[in-house]
Design a protein around this ligand. Structure first.
Ligand SMILES: [Zn+2]
Length: 360
């Protein structure tokens, strides 16, 4: 699964809300409002940040403001024709380009060029959102560079990207960059309790696990994640204790069916990360008041004896690396195998390895 698929999964239904209601992005929102107020609007933006923090939502809100017939204090009115069409997803001048399969292909950029050639039929601005622009193939990126050089008047391009280093520097330099930050956990927690009716305990766990991504938090709250948490935690306890081959087999089974493997693996890594973070908390504070998996505090205390702080730091580093690898196109089973072996080597209890050492 690549970043584009992940992003598409996280934000399947684009949210239509006013700019100022976007959670935790005051700085980006203020910046956008200032630019609009100055009426010197750049023709291309680059919205930077991890998936699920409001980049696409901001692009839609921007399209709304630019096309609203009665903009009110820097927001769309929500009542005029353009506002209503945007709300219902029928505004013809709001165009989305995203990966078809793994990549944004050159044909998609050619189609976009074709569309940009026409004057907007409705409203003042056509806003074209190129989501996870890093999924453009090399060919597509080169073709897009020409589009970006001189888009016909009345067009605004908004590119979203997780890390701008994954784009051609010539694309980055032609866009006005806007940074979106991970959303603070306390805001996400509050939102989950109010909007998703989660208990305080579940909301705390989800808000700490989702890495500042509201999209991810929603997905966790709506999916099987909370139920799977227990299963995957048992999995990581076993991984450290079982012989290497058994653990690899077990983890691959745990992640399950081929079609959903990528998403499952993401959940698995997120839960394991929360587990190692909790072990760090126990190791460094001795207490359990900051635990994500508070319901496992007994097991955590027991298991923590098998680790040094350095081992825990390195384990967290390994999981981070695996999460990054997962967004590329690498072999998933191989990634799982590596993470299992890596984590096993970072424990005082090393299954077969340690028992064979103990054998005289
Ligand atoms: Zn309006």
């Amino acid at each position: 699964m690549n970043q584009g698929e992940r992003e598409a999964k996280i934000a399947q239904k684009p949210t239509v809300i006013p700019l100022s209601q976007i959670l935790g992005q005051e700085k980006a929102v203020d910046f956008l409002k200032q630019v609009i107020a100055r009426e010197k609007i750049p023709h291309a933006y680059l919205f930077v940040g991890v998936p699920g923090i409001g980049k696409t939502t901001a692009a839609i809100a921007l399209a709304q403001i630019l096309n609203c017939e009665n903009p009110d204090n820097g927001e769309g009115c929500g009542r005029c024709r353009s506002c209503r069409q945007i709300k219902s997803g029928n505004f013809p001048e709001l165009v989305f380009i995203e990966a078809e399969g793994r990549y944004i292909k050159i044909e998609q950029i050619r189609d976009l060029d074709h569309v940009l050639g026409f004057k907007p039929l409705v409203g003042k601005y056509r806003v074209s959102v190129i989501r996870q622009a890093e999924t453009m193939t090399e060919e597509a990126a080169n073709a897009f560079l020409k589009t970006l050089e001189e888009p016909p008047p009345g067009n605004m391009l908004v590119l979203t990207v997780t890390d701008p280093r994954d784009l051609l520097p010539t694309i980055v330099s032609r866009c006005q960059k806007v940074a979106f930050r991970p959303i603070p956990a306390h805001l996400i927690k509050k939102w989950l309790v109010a909007e998703k009716r989660l208990s305080e305990g579940d909301a705390t766990a989800v808000a700490r696990i989702c890495n500042g991504s509201l999209g991810r938090a929603k997905e966790i709250a709506e999916g099987e994640f909370l139920r799977k948490r227990k299963e995957y935690i048992k999995g990581i306890i076993d991984v450290v204790q079982d012989p290497p081959l058994d653990s690899i087999e077990k983890v691959i089974q745990l992640v399950g069916r081929e079609s959903k493997k990528g998403y499952e693996a993401l959940d698995l890594l997120a839960i394991w990360k929360s587990w190692y973070r909790d072990l760090m908390v126990i190791k460094t504070t001795g207490g359990d008041s900051f635990l994500i998996n508070k319901d496992f505090s007994g097991e955590l205390k027991k298991v923590s004896k098998n680790f040094t702080i350095e081992m825990l730091i390195n384990s967290l580093f390994l999981i981070d690396q695996a999460e990054r690898d997962l967004t590329g196109s690498r072999n998933l089973d191989l990634m799982l195998e590596n993470i299992v072996l890596g984590l096993k080597s970072l424990s005082l209890e090393r299954g077969e390895i340690s028992s064979s050492i103990r054998t005289p």
